[in-house]
Design a protein around this ligand. Structure first.
Ligand code: 3AM
Length: 179
């Protein structure tokens, strides 16, 4: 099973994020229902490791927290934009959650990237180098403030690659502790 771990975004906010869609040549916008905040990408995991992993994730104890949006940005940089995203204000509990998830994943012998956790919500992926159009997307003032939202759980997802793109299905949800 191809897996990743993420925080789900409330539907109302996903709708508002969908409103940030602009026409950029060669862009593929993430379908609304698939918008999420990735904590860890795992790749292919066998059933035995999946059992180990769900056990390890269930031991994570982090209190629930609020997340506030910050501005838009892109990876890897403005001159070579490949991924367009909306960022989140720093939240120490989000970082704690991401590091505990990473430790749990590594403890199950699932390799993780060295890169440090950079909280973002991917909105689009770009196939063509269009720095000018991307610049316009990044520099425009936000139409409306996105509301903060409460994180009470995180989710292990299956990502099935199909000819129509990835299909994400929740496998298991893990509750955060009450504050
Ligand atoms: O939320 P983002 O977009 O940063 O890009 C994929 C997405 O992250 C990433 O996993 C998240 C859920 O699909 N992803 C997909 N394939 C990947 C890979 N081979 C990957 N991350 C690292 N290596």
């Amino acid at each position: 099973m191809r897996l990743f771990i993420a925080i789900e975004i409330p539907d109302e906010i996903k709708k508002q994020l969908g409103g940030m869609h602009t026409d950029i040549p060669g862009s593929r916008w993430v379908p609304l229902e698939q918008i999420h905040l990735t904590l860890s990408f795992l790749g292919e995991v066998d059933d035995t490791t999946l059992d180990l992993l769900t056990g390890a994730l269930a031991t994570i104890m982090v209190p629930g927290f609020n997340l506030c949006f910050s501005g838009t940005g892109c990876f890897p940089d403005r001159r070579h934009p490949k991924v367009l995203w909306v960022g989140l204000e720093p939240e120490p509990l989000l970082n704690s959650l991401a590091s505990l998830v990473r430790e749990a994943v590594l403890a199950c012998n699932i390799p993780q990237e060295e890169r440090h956790f950079s909280p973002h919500i991917t909105l689009a992926r770009l196939k063509l180098p269009t720095p000018r159009e991307v610049g316009a997307f990044l520099d425009r003032p936000p139409k409306q403030e996105l509301p903060q939202f409460r994180v009470r759980e995180f989710t292990l997802f299956q990502s099935l690659l199909t000819s129509q793109g990835a299909v994400h299905t929740p496998v298991k949800t893990f509750a955060l502790s009450p504050p």
